[in-house]
Ligand binder design. Structure first.
Ligand code: ADP
Length: 477
């Protein structure tokens, strides 16, 4: 099957979050199954640096100016890029250094959707028309609208990686983008008087997926649906909404082969993990105490991720023999609060503000517990990496976290299904209660090892995920 993915991030070319990890793995898994798969993304400076040699496919005059479509083979996968320096030659993909969204985002990502739909329709004569256009998140959403407006036979799938980002823009831009006014309608891409690129994807795609079964249910409810729950209820009733859990890219996240950690390890050689813990403690200037329970967190610092639950409990937690290492960036007030905590407990807390791919691996390998206390979480990847690395996830029971981590209690420990710690309500007290349960289990060496072995035995391979997408495509093609 001929499949084109349209997205704004793809690891390792450009990454700000989990979407990139998915796009760096899913197309490869689909290719391995015998599909003909390509990806389209903007030619950001980071992409330009890593992609290598490209060939020109076409130069086109568009509503966003003259742009060049290029093509390259990247690690064996065909990648199209939109070469338009006036739109994409910027250090950060979505906003400037002051976290202000770029004013022309409406045009930048309309172009992504437009060219995606064009390629799907056969713009690149060498490749021809595709069977499935698969668009991701609001940045790719308009591709589904363009296909519909051209009455294209190409089928489309839209995947929600995070519904909180709805991609809203002023409606008066619509004619400029070459889409018909009829689309500015509640049965279309209209959303509270504006247009929403996410809604365009939801409304016009033949199938909607999201990245976990629990999140697929949650977004049909008002509390988590970001205003789209009505439409999603309809799509659910029509059987056109499905949750497919993300996988883990074993080529990138595997403690046996990970080049970013100082000592490799595996389930029957956990000595390596202890070395990584000591290294992490050393790097952050913490005492190299193997008995201290080392909590870690690697995250964007936004309200979603619940770092405030941790901050509210720092003083209580630090009364025990625990340590904490956090890597994250985002909201300035959360960054500052974390720095302040590290200053108050220099021998117990290490904080690095910033984005650091290599360090994120060392942290996940060196920690004992990885904290993912999200208010909502479509899938979540760091808890999966935690399981793979024997770093027990402590998560809130929401979205993909609920689908992937089993709480440790007497029964689940006995029947070997326990893999981490789960708390229910989004409040600091419930979080603390789970932290206390982890501290208590840590004291019981044997039980801890047994839960850790359960975690290490979990399988999140992309092969079976790709199989699920395949079945979905087959339903519509
Ligand atoms: P989201 O996409 O909402 O940020 P996910 O858990 O799905 O959350 O994916 C986050 C990805 O980004 C993971 O690969 C995680 O390791 C990575 N990540 C997040 N923050 C940082 C950081 N500060 N430095 C390095 N990697 C990070």
């Amino acid at each position: 099957m001929k499949i084109l993915h349209i997205c704004s991030e793809m690891y390792p070319l450009i990454k700000t979050g989990g979407l990139a990890d998915v796009m760096g793995a899913l197309p490869y898994a689909q290719q391995e199954m015998g599909n003909d798969v390509r990806v389209l993304l903007p030619y950001y400076p980071q992409v330009r640096e890593k992609l290598g040699e490209t060939v020109e496919v076409a130069t086109l005059g568009t509503f966003a100016g003259v742009v060049t479509l290029r093509f390259a083979q990247f690690n064996g996968l065909g990648v199209y890029v939109i070469d338009a320096p006036h739109l994409f030659d910027r250090r950060l993909p979505y906003y400037d250094d002051n976290y202000q969204d770029y004013m022309d985002n409406y045009k930048r990502f309309a172009l992504l959707g437009y060219l995606g739909a064009q390629i799907a329709e056969g713009l690149d004569h060498w490749w021809g028309r595709v069977e499935v256009l698969h668009a991701h998140d609001w940045q790719g959403g308009l591709a589904c609208a363009y296909l519909k407006s051209w009455h294209s036979p190409v089928k489309s799938v839209f995947t929600i990686h995070n519904i909180a980002y709805t991609g809203r823009f002023q409606a008066y831009h619509l004619p400029e983008l070459g889409l018909p006014w009829e689309f500015f309608h509640p049965n279309g891409l209209e959303f509270y008087g504006e247009m929403s690129y996410l809604k365009a994807g939801l409304y016009f795609a033949d199938r909607i997926t999201t990245v976990s079964p629990t999140y697929a249910q949650e977004i049909t409810e008002e509390i988590a649906g970001a205003g789209m729950h009505g439409l999603l209820q309809i799509r659910q009733a029509e059987g056109r909404l499905k949750g497919i859990l993300n996988g883990v890219d074993e080529a990138v996240w595997n403690p046996e082969t990970d080049g970013n950690i100082i000592a490799p390890y595996r389930a029957n050689y956990m000595h390596g993990k202890a070395k990584n813990k000591a290294e992490l403690q050393r790097q952050f200037g913490l005492p190299e105490d193997k008995d201290a329970l080392l909590f870690v967190m690697v995250t964007r610092l936004t309200e979603q991720k619940g770092a405030d639950f941790l901050l509210a409990n720092i003083d209580q937690m630090m009364q025990y023999n625990v340590q904490l290492v956090v890597l994250g960036s985002g909201a300035p007030e959360l960054e500052q609060a974390l720095r302040d905590s590290a200053a108050r407990y220099p021998h117990k807390i290490g904080v690095k503000i910033g984005y650091d791919e290599a360090l994120s691996h060392q942290i996940i390998a060196g920690g004992d517990v990885i904290l993912v206390p999200s208010r909502f979480e479509p899938c979540g990847l760091t808890q999966l990496y935690g399981l793979k690395y024997g770093t027990l996830p402590l998560v809130r029971q929401t979205g993909g976290l609920a689908d992937t981590v089993n709480d440790s209690h007497k029964e689940s420990i006995e029947n070997r299904t326990a893999t981490g710690f789960v708390f229910r309500y989004p409040d600091p007290q419930d979080f603390l209660e789970a932290v206390m349960r982890s501290i208590n289990l840590w004291k019981k060496n044997k039980l801890w090892s047994s839960v850790r072995q359960n975690a290490l035995a979990q399988d999140f391979g992309w092969g079976k995920v790709a199989q699920q997408y395949q079945s979905l495509y087959q339903e519509i093609v």
